[in-house]
Write a protein that binds this ligand. Structure first.
Ligand code: PHE
Length: 512
């Protein structure tokens, strides 16, 4: 075994000579040079047991290239051209030299002329020097012998001519350590009951802890990428003083999901084609009666809101239909009602900022970018005298925190907001404006029945969590991120998420 041989070699040499001045002089039993890298492994292992200590010796040396070897043996091209020319006046034609020297003839001719060794008399090459010294060959022979040269310029010139190469080697100076011994003691990794009983632990030597060792990655408890990105968004909201809404109940009544939001009962979104209705139980009547009456009249004729309403007969049974919430705005309406109740009870209105990031469900056909369920990020700000300017200004700040600094708005329609604005962000990668969310100011037809003071305004917005996550983790098919086809290994392997300003540039979320 090579490692054992190396260990024995190091230990016996140290035992005999006390120190190994340079491991380059160590030889194997067969008299061969050591593999210094294998030696390093052995040295590290002995050092960890404090049996030895070592330091590195870094050395540069020069060696001949293949062509350099050839020149050292046969002479430089210029010298060979000189040798090929007979002494005296008659000279020799270049073609003849080429026959002997091949390609080397051309290079050699130029250099030999430059050196003043030969000249071209028009028809032939003739010698102009009686004798020459082939310095290049001599230099190469010196380098071959000594692995260096007294003149650095020579080394660099030869290197440029690709005749020599610079090499680096590391060898080691090795000395005895405090635990030096010829035999390697087996180190214990644990104290056992037997060792304690026998007293053996007193003399045992223990393997040191390696605090630099990379840990084994844990097998359980991995967060899904969506949850990692969610946490980052959560922190942005908390940083801005928002309170998280309870969104843990996915089943909701049509009342909170639609009616409380002034969404008429014949609105196409309330169709089974778009919404998942529950079968068992299919209905609930658990919503505040008093509020229900107000909402009913507001839908029918506007009630006290100054609106004309939708002019239809509002039915309680439609409001009672249970569904999987189609948006987290169902929770916002409920929260605003609670806020209104609290305001009434306490006699003072306190501004509120709410957010949530949770699952919503829509009856959609599934493809690479759409699922029947996704996550919505929802924000709600409730204060007196808020204006559209506040909404635009706030959106600017909010999206900047997510790294999106180019934001544009486009008017749109929601039954519960007026004005309503789609939010677009400039995607530097795609070089175009992409829709990232929807927003607006809740209508008085929604807020007044809930019981909020008339001068209270609410600005709100919603965006998707999936799109930014897909961009962040480079996932192109949403089914690889969410749903039954997701690979568990993927969840284990995805790194933590940090939304910094740099990543934010490519970060886009889309609300449907
Ligand atoms: N509920 C909207 C959607 O699902 C988002 C939204 C929230 C719009 C609040 C305006 C105000 O797209």
């Amino acid at each position: 075994n090579n490692t054992e041989e190396l260990q024995t070699l190091v230990l016996t040499t140290l035992d005999r000579e006390n120190v190994i001045a340079d491991s380059k002089d160590l030889k194997t039993v067969n008299g061969e040079d050591l593999n210094q890298l294998a030696l390093l492994g052995v040295l590290n292992s002995l050092k960890s047991k404090e049996m030895i200590d070592y330091s590195a010796i870094n050395r540069e040396f020069w060696s001949l290239s293949g062509e350099g070897e050839q020149v050292a043996e046969q002479g430089s091209h210029e010298a060979r051209v000189y040798e090929a020319i007979p002494a005296g006046e008659e000279g020799i034609a270049m073609d003849e030299i080429k026959k002997i020297l091949g390609k080397a003839a051309n290079i050699g001719q130029g250099k030999a002329i430059k050196n003043g060794w030969i000249k071209n008399n028009g028809a032939k090459l003739v010698r102009t020097a009686d004798s020459i010294v082939d310095q290049t060959k001599n230099d190469l022979l010196e380098i071959k012998k000594t692995t260096t040269h007294s003149n650095t310029k020579t080394l660099n010139d030869l290197k440029k001519r690709k005749l020599v190469e610079k090499q680096k080697v590391t060898t080691y100076k090795v000395s005895k350590g405090p635990q030096f011994a010829l035999e390697i003691k087996k180190e214990a990794t644990d104290i056992t009951a037997e060792m304690l009983q026998s007293g053996e632990w007193k003399n045992a030597s223990f393997k040191k802890y390696n605090f630099d060792a990379a840990g084994i990655s844990p097998d359980g408890g991995h967060l899904h990428p969506l949850m990692k990105v969610r946490q980052e968004f959560r922190e942005i909201f908390f940083e801005m003083g928002f309170e998280e809404m309870p969104t843990n109940c996915f089943a909701e009544s049509s009342f909170w999901n639609f009616d409380a939001l002034f969404q008429p009962q014949q609105h196409p979104a309330r169709d089974a084609h778009d919404t998942f209705f529950l079968k068992d139980p299919a209905n609930t009547d658990r919503f505040p009666r008093e509020l229900m009456e107000k909402i009913k009249v507001t839908h029918e004729n506007g009630g006290d809101t100054g609106s004309t309403g939708y002019n239809y007969v509002w039915k309680e049974e439609d409001a009672g239909k249970l569904l999987l919430r189609t948006h987290t705005t169902a929770v916002s309406s409920n929260m605003l009602y609670k806020l209104a109740e609290k305001t009434k009870k306490e006699g003072v209105f306190r501004p509120a900022k709410y957010f949530s990031i949770d699952r919503v469900f829509r009856n959609e056909s599934v493809d690479a970018t759409h699922l029947a369920e996704f996550h919505q990020i929802e924000g709600v700000i409730c204060d007196k005298n808020l204006t559209l300017g506040d909404l635009i200004g706030f959106m600017d700040v909010f999206f900047k925190k997510m790294g999106m600094d180019k934001i544009r708005f486009k008017p749109t329609y929601n039954p519960y907001t007026e004005p309503s604005m789609e939010i677009f962000s400039y995607h530097t990668g795609l070089k175009k404006w992409v829709e990232i969310g929807n927003s607006g100011m809740f209508r008085p037809e929604m807020l007044l029945p809930l019981g909020l003071p008339p001068d209270v305004r609410v600005i709100a917005w919603g965006l998707g969590l999936e799109r930014p996550t897909m961009i962040k983790y480079n996932i192109s098919n949403i089914r690889d991120l969410l749903g039954h086809k997701v690979k568990i290994d993927m969840i284990k392997e995805y790194p933590v998420c940090r939304l910094d300003k740099k990543m934010g540039k490519e970060l886009v979320g889309v609300s449907e």
